[in-house]
Write a protein that binds this ligand. Structure first.
Ligand SMILES: [Zn+2]
Length: 428
């Protein structure tokens, strides 16, 4: 079956009449370059270092293109105006900062030309599929394409929904073709020479085209997390604030120890404590949603659940400029109705020292530090004085034990992501 597909693919490559008539100078072509539409281009690009071998002296034109190789090829022909800080910014946990592909993957993903296969995984070592290739080419060259020219290839409905528009516009513009049976085979890998050919059709000369990469400030989610890989991470979370006295004391401690935390605020308290809420954000901590009224959500209708959460997000955004992306339901209480209604990940906890019950700094300190493990989420309350007093002791002890205190967003990003309506207790 595999062999048949490969044969069909090969035939398909020779279908375009323009391809067959393309100049082919056998005398000058390097021997690993086959009689292919872009023979001349491939050779020139190879000589100019645009397409490269990376691991051997062969261009391996019939090999399947890896995703990081696509990033390299794209960043060779597209000049990305990278800002110094975004050049170091990477959120993919499978792209090592020491990898030779680090810079090009960062460049193409920072511009949105390529996305990861998930929020935090680029897909290093995986083949670029034909449908992924179509989407990438559409993004890069959309201004040159006639959007109304569409052609539906035989198996268009077999392609992923996000790829169908790109494939049909590229087909309508004569850039991609179907195989002999009229199918595009969207899930097959694209070969190195196929991808170069497609690029060549869209860009006959390897002119450098310029794409501006947004700055980090414009793209706050692109925070470099490389330093957190392989480390012991833990998240302090504080509910029921903001509180003029205790939130401020906790922020002082976090600053002293260079630790980050997440604050689940009650929306109704935010307007009168807007300054402390703003300070939380300004000092690099995460602000999150603990509803507006602090009612148990399972007792509300779906419409009321939504309203209560939105009111809190609105109040927090007005005070801080940041709209929360995570929810902690009051009392940790949820059911199927709540989960179906909420459009954010639901963050519970793995360590609960019951600070509201003991109101005792020693007890809180002992409870937390004796249980702490990598990936834990610690539930505390920033309206309790004993918690504010226990906080610097907890941080100092756990930092001595090798823990790094991160926001929930950082923990989520490093540990595989979180989805709306799902409940999370820890990220090991
Ligand atoms: Zn609460």
């Amino acid at each position: 079956m595999k062999k048949i597909c490969a044969t069909i693919m090969l035939i398909a490559l020779c279908l375009n009449p323009a391809v067959a008539s393309a100049a082919y100078d056998a005398g000058h072509a390097e021997k690993q370059i086959t009689n292919h539409s872009n023979t001349e281009t491939t050779r020139k690009w190879a000589q100019n270092g645009i397409s490269s071998t990376f691991v051997s002296n062969s261009l391996r034109l019939n090999d399947n293109l890896l995703r990081e190789e696509a990033a390299h090829l794209l960043s060779s022909i597209i000049h990305y105006e990278t800002q110094p800080e975004s050049n170091r910014a990477l959120k993919f946990i499978d792209v090592d900062p020491h990898s030779p592909y680090y810079e090009c993957v960062t460049a193409v993903t920072s511009t949105g030309v390529m996305n990861g296969i998930t929020e935090n995984i680029f897909g290093m070592g995986q083949h670029l599929t034909r449908e992924q290739a179509a989407v990438i080419l559409y993004r890069v060259f959309s201004t040159q394409l006639e959007k109304d020219s569409r052609a539906e290839l035989g198996d268009i409905l077999g392609s992923s929904e996000w790829a169908r528009g790109s494939i049909s516009v590229l087909a309508g513009n004569g850039i991609v073709f179907g195989n002999t049976d009229g199918n595009y085979m969207p899930h097959n890998p694209v070969t190195r020479k196929d991808f170069i050919t497609l690029l060549y059709r869209l860009m006959p000369q390897p002119h450098k085209i310029t794409v501006n990469v947004p700055t980090l400030a414009e793209m706050p989610e692109y925070v470099s997390l490389a330093h957190l890989h392989g480390k012991k991470l833990i998240a302090l979370t504080y509910d029921d604030g903001p509180n003029r006295i205790n939130t401020a004391l906790i922020l002082d401690s976090l600053k002293k120890y260079d630790a980050k935390a997440t604050f689940f605020m009650i929306g109704s308290k935010v307007p009168s404590q807007a300054e402390i809420a703003k300070r939380v954000v300004d000092e690099g901590h995460q602000i999150a949603n603990h509803t507006f009224s602090h009612k148990a959500l399972p007792s509300l209708s779906p419409a009321d659940i939504q309203t209560d959460i939105n009111h809190a997000s609105n109040a927090i955004e007005r005070a801080t400029g940041v709209r929360p992306t995570l929810l902690r339901p009051p009392y940790g209480s949820h059911n199927a109705k709540v989960r179906d209604t909420v459009d954010m990940p639901i963050m519970l906890w793995s360590i609960d020292p019951r600070d509201w019950s003991s109101q005792n700094a020693d007890a809180i300190f002992r409870n937390v530090t004796s249980q702490a493990r990598d990936g834990d989420i610690i539930l505390l309350h920033d309206n309790i004085g004993a918690t504010a007093r226990a906080t610097p002791r907890i941080i100092e002890k756990l930092q001595q034990d090798g823990f790094i205190f991160v926001t929930l967003d950082e923990l989520i990003a490093v540990r595989g992501g979180a989805e709306a309506g799902k409940v999370y207790y820890r990220f090991r």
